[in-house]
Design a protein around this ligand. Structure first.
Ligand code: ZN
Length: 397
């Protein structure tokens, strides 16, 4: 098998898996079954972990010996919605044009998944001394949900890998760090009244506005704390404030207002502490005024999601491995979250490294350049050859 054959096979596989609509709100079980049967035909067993509803699953598979110290190729199977986007062709039927492949998920990130799958025959032909694992997850796009169950299963039940490559699109550059995030929803319950006598009510929009102003001031405070050597851009924790819903009519004092807010946290900041600071402001400066009107009024704040930051570590096993195989000698950081932070926090060193550009992710007419796939296949051949040597880990010392 030549690299060119593997590339052709990867393109075929990519077309097949793009055709499964695995928008995060949909089940991914048909795609899981498709991958499982592909691997089964090559003699590889899949390990499946489901979500609590049983409609979504992660897949884990091992090529090579069943021992610790393997390398994980990790990707998510879900894609973002195409709703409201202007596609020039059907988004779930991949097409090819001007050296590119187009379709929903080709770059984010079924392209990487397809290449990992297309490599399996080559991996099987090689006498791998350490295992290469495939880790495919669900619901990454809505907060890195699925991979948590997969990681828990690995840590509890399987030989620990040495490194994880999360193949999100980085144009084949090493991303060694990313911000974390916390998403929250504050629901303000006021007291409805006719707007002709606001004294009888408690206005939830006005109360929510105080939270909004506080968040705006907090952003300024976080900016002022920025350190000049922070590698992130922007070099501080940022506040998300994306959605407000409240009120029913212009002449009714509004009873309910919800505010969806959150933050994208640099690894040196403590997101939980910042969250507590906001909660304290709410408790001390917003809730008492509402309670004065009615004991039922008040503010509840729930944490709806967190993404763990990837702390940059240029000496980690994951980064050393990629540097060794590619000759790249620098890494950078990004502001978007990935599954890499969760692997790292579970004790498995991780980097983000994959084909295609993040600029094409989530866009209509999403594409990946075939030259990027080619580059990724070359890398995966090097990885396989490396894993075939005696004591490959010693080459990294
Ligand atoms: Zn992605």
């Amino acid at each position: 098998m030549t690299q060119n054959d593997t590339l052709k096979s990867a393109i075929t596989i990519l077309g097949e898996i793009v055709a499964f609509d695995t928008t995060s709100r949909e089940s991914n079980l048909e795609l899981i079954a498709h991958i499982q049967s592909y691997l089964h035909n090559l003699g590889i067993d899949s390990r499946i972990t489901h979500d609590s509803t049983g409609t979504k699953a992660n897949l884990w598979a091992t090529i090579g010996p069943d021992i610790p110290g393997g390398v994980v190729l990790s990707g998510h199977l879900d894609v973002v919605p195409v709703d409201g986007q202007d596609w020039s062709q059907h988004p779930f039927t991949m097409w090819q044009q001007d050296g590119k492949l187009l379709g929903r998920g080709v770059v984010d990130m079924k392209g990487f998944v397809a290449m990992a799958l297309a490599m399996v025959p080559q991996m099987l032909k090689s006498d791998l001394k350490i295992p290469i694992h495939l880790a495919f997850s669900y619901d990454e796009e809505i907060g890195c949900i699925g991979v948590r169950g997969l990681i828990a299963d690995v840590v509890k039940n399987l030989p620990m890998p040495r490194a994880v490559i999360v193949g999100e699109p980085t144009s084949m550059k090493i991303i060694g760090g990313h911000k974390g995030s916390r998403s929250l929803r504050s629901t303000v319950q006021g007291v409805p009244a006719h707007s002709s006598d606001p004294r009888l009510g408690a206005n939830s929009i006005m109360a929510a506005a105080r939270l909004v102003t506080y968040l705006e001031n907090l952003q300024q405070e976080l900016i002022s704390r920025a350190e000049s050597n922070c590698p992130f851009d922007p070099p501080y924790t940022t506040i998300d404030l994306g959605l407000i819903n409240g009120g029913t009519a212009g002449n009714i004092t509004p009873e309910f207002t919800t505010v969806d807010w959150g933050m994208r946290i640099i690894p040196t900041d403590d997101g939980e502490a910042i969250e507590h600071q906001v909660r304290n402001f709410i408790d001390e400066h917003i809730t008492p005024g509402l309670k004065k009107v009615s004991p039922d009024a008040g503010v509840t704040t729930e944490l709806t999601n967190t993404v763990t930051p990837l702390v940059p570590d240029s000496s980690s096993a994951a980064e050393q491995l990629i540097r060794h195989l590619t000759g790249l000698n620098d890494s950078s950081v990004v502001s978007f979250g990935t599954e890499a932070g969760l692997f790292q926090s579970a004790g498995i060193p991780a980097v983000v490294f994959g084909p295609g550009s993040i600029n094409q992710a989530h866009q209509p007419d999403e594409f990946i350049e075939i030259s990027q796939l080619q580059e990724c296949i070359t890398f995966l051949y090097k990885l396989t050859a490396w894993a075939e040597q005696d004591n490959p880990q010693e080459t990294l010392l």
